[in-house]
Design a protein around this ligand. Structure first.
Ligand code: GRF
Length: 201
């Protein structure tokens, strides 16, 4: 499977994908890394000819930026678009352009804690458990069908950083397992419903 990865920062999830491909545990290729931050460390993890980055401030509005990003994604020939540490909201036109082929890893047990600062919010809420979710991307933020989740305990004395580290360690195997499922071709998302081998889950 050809993967396009969207990242805005460090790219530890991208690194996990590259490591799994190198280890032969994920039958895929990263055809490009795409970022809204030209200085993102994630971009340095692939050769220059597989990088696309642009600053939103160089575009008149979100739609224009998303159109440029969408054109680059389409040109990459990616089968799947993987948002892994991508910190910009994807506009509706861009999401619809890749409907059913775009997934995101979000650091919470969706539908709990959509949006930002999820670890601090989980602690604040007194949650006993927290974790990460891989879900299909729809226009509504962090709201598409959930493909898989990983759970961790929230421990006494946790702060956002210790909890984030515990979650991040589980994100990587969760993302690889999810991408193996998608690369197998057995899982589809249609109209918000997950389908396995053509059957509604
Ligand atoms: C991760 O917690 C991911 O779930 C969230 O962004 C964080 C950074 O990811 N979307 P990465 O290290 O850049 O892959």
């Amino acid at each position: 499977a050809r993967l396009a990865v969207l990242a805005s920062g460090r790219g530890s999830n991208l690194q996990a994908i590259l490591d799994a491909i190198a280890a032969g545990t994920l039958d895929a290729r990263v055809v490009g890394v795409f970022s809204d931050k030209p200085t993102a460390a994630a971009l340095q993890k692939v050769p220059a000819d597989r990088r696309w980055a642009a600053s939103p401030r160089d575009y008149p509005d979100r739609e224009a930026f998303d159109a440029a990003l969408g054109d680059a994604l389409a040109a990459s020939g990616a089968d799947w678009i993987v948002c892994a540490g991508y910190m910009r909201i994807l506009g509706e036109a861009l999401v619809r352009r890749f409907d059913g082929r775009m997934v995101n890893i979000h650091p919470s047990l969706l539908p709990l804690h959509r949006g930002l600062h999820t670890h601090a919010r989980a602690i604040e809420a007194g949650d006993a458990q927290h974790g990460a979710s891989v879900h299909f991307v729809i226009p509504e933020l962090d709201a598409g069908a959930v493909l898989a989740q990983a759970r961790v305990p929230v421990l006494p004395g946790d702060d956002a950083a210790t909890l984030a580290a515990r979650v991040l360690a589980r994100e990587h195997p969760l993302l690889i397992a999810s991408l193996r499922l998608l690369a197998s071709g057995r899982v589809r998302e249609a109209g918000g419903q997950l389908m396995l081998d053509g059957q509604c889950l």
